[in-house]
Write a protein that binds this ligand. Structure first.
Ligand SMILES: Cc1cc2nc3c(=O)[nH]c(=O)nc-3n(C[C@H](O)[C@H](O)[C@H](O)COP(=O)(O)OP(=O)(O)OC[C@H]3O[C@@H](n4cnc5c(N)ncnc54)[C@H](O)[C@@H]3O)c2cc1C
Length: 410
């Protein structure tokens, strides 16, 4: 049995804690917020989407990004100010174009394996996450993007995913509430959606019941790694600074994992890629009928949607390279609301809750899971735009690494 301190109570930290507890280890989870899932795992797009496993490292993305540079409502926004972290990340991102094919297939496989764990956990622990298993429908507005999508579809199929082309007529029958003209789409019946915050908070409570200690409202300030132990220094309001002693530390700190890695002698180049969501309240029966049930991905607008129970509809999108800034900008929220008005004109947008979060993105878009340079240091982080989709699988891999790491896990 190992004593493990997990830094971060987002979806990656909490699923890792759960995987470790199930293997019989002693776990402490630390997060600076009063509750779990208060940062990027709060109000994301909701998609558990193997169908969105295509990595963004392609010349197509770069050309599109350049075209969008000067449009305020574009799905991608880059603050051009000089910043070493941003530009070094972008150059590493470009270097990964070489591995587009391999990384897309690998992500697809990981996403497929994650489903089994996630559904099993939710069922066994009785967690209500507003799970919808109606598939994900990708829609394309023009022939050119549809044609390009067929190439990526081949890679997703190669990764083991059943995803097939659908005609405009089939789109209308899969999701009858959709308005507009589409060139065609792709449908993945096995994909699903759910509320990441409900799941993460539900699972954190379950970890506590299984014996984990949750140190909430605790800022991790320093980590000392010695040959025989690890000390994680935490500052909590009221109690001051104290050390949590353990056999290993697992870093699941989202966009802040890069700083912890630097502290621990590792390099993990995570950039905070900002995104926005709106949660549309559907109070009336007429709104509930007018909102889609099937999860959507509008490839041209780069928008994803999820139906969260009868009375909430989540719409998320945009990628902004603007540092750690979390401000909710009205001019970035407006395109999401306008998109709803265009595609679902009968659905009221009178009650929307806007949100912004930072995707912890590595240049390869693959998460970093495993041991660091030092024996007692582990990572499960850098899940980018797919943390909800992948974390149930990467938690198992991280737990496995800790367990098999020689010397302290017995
Ligand atoms: C707009 C948007 C839409 C998205 N849509 C989807 C989607 O549809 N499907 C999908 O799969 N993924 C989606 N994602 C991505 C997904 O939400 C993230 O990958 C995932 O939430 C990251 O989880 P995490 O645990 O790594 O990070 P977080 O949830 O941010 O957790 C990290 C935790 O570490 C804590 N922490 C950091 N530093 C310290 C410290 N010094 N001391 C104590 N605690 C600390 C933080 O407080 C935080 O709670 C989306 C993201 C965004 C922004």
């Amino acid at each position: 049995m190992a004593r493990v301190v997990v830094i971060g109570a987002g979806v990656t930290g909490v699923t890792s804690a759960y995987a470790l507890l199930r293997r019989g280890h002693e776990v402490t989870v630390v997060d600076r917020h009063r509750y779990p899932a208060m940062e990027t795992s709060f109000a994301n797009g909701g998609q558990l989407s193997a169908s969105n496993a295509e990595v963004w490292n392609s010349w197509g993305t770069i050309l599109k990004g350049m075209k969008w540079l000067f449009r305020k409502d574009a799905p991608l926004l880059l603050n051009p100010s000089i910043n070493w972290h941003k530009y070094s990340w972008l150059s590493e991102f470009s270097a990964q174009i070489l591995h587009y094919r391999r990384n897309t297939i690998e992500t697809t496989r990981l996403a497929i394996s994650a489903r089994r764990y996630l559904f099993e956990i939710a069922e066994q622990e009785g967690i209500n996450l507003d799970l919808e298993r109606r598939g994900i429908l990708h829609i394309y507005h023009d022939e050119k993007s549809l044609k390009r999508a067929a190439v990526a579809n081949g890679l997703l199929n190669e990764g083991g995913l059943e995803r097939y082309a659908v005609s405009p007529q089939e789109i209308a029958s899969i999701e009858p509430t959709l308005h507009g003209r589409f060139a065609g789409g792709f449908y993945t019946p096995s994909d699903s959606t759910g509320d990441i915050r409900k799941f993460t908070q539900g699972l954190a409570a379950c970890c506590q019941r299984r014996g984990a200690a949750l140190v909430l409202g605790g800022e991790v300030e320093a980590i000392n790694v010695k040959p025989d132990s690890v000390s994680v220094w935490v500052r909590t309001e009221g109690d001051g600074r104290h050390a949590l002693r353990a056999d290993a530390v697992l870093v699941c700190a989202g966009v802040y994992s890069r700083r912890f890695a630097a502290m621990l002698g590792d390099r993990i180049n995570i950039y905070p890629v900002k995104g926005y969501s709106i949660t549309v309240g559907l109070p009336e029966a007429s709104d509930q009928r007018a909102a889609p049930q099937v999860s959507l991905l509008d490839e041209d607008a780069k928008i994803v949607t999820s139906r969260l129970g009868p009375d909430r509809f989540r719409v998320a999108g945009t990628a902004e390279f603007n540092g750690y800034n979390r401000d909710i900008r009205a001019d970035r929220i407006r395109p999401l609301v306008d998109w709803c008005k265009r595609l679902f004109p009968a659905m009221s947008t009178a009650a929307i809750v806007p949100w912004a979060g930072l995707r912890p993105m590595t240049p390869s878009m693959l998460p970093r899971v495993g041991r660091g340079r030092r024996r007692r240091v582990f990572y499960n982080t850098g899940h980018g735009h797919l943390g909800w989709t992948l974390s149930a699988a990467t938690a198992e891999i991280a737990a496995e690494h800790i367990e098999t790491s020689a010397g302290f896990a017995q």
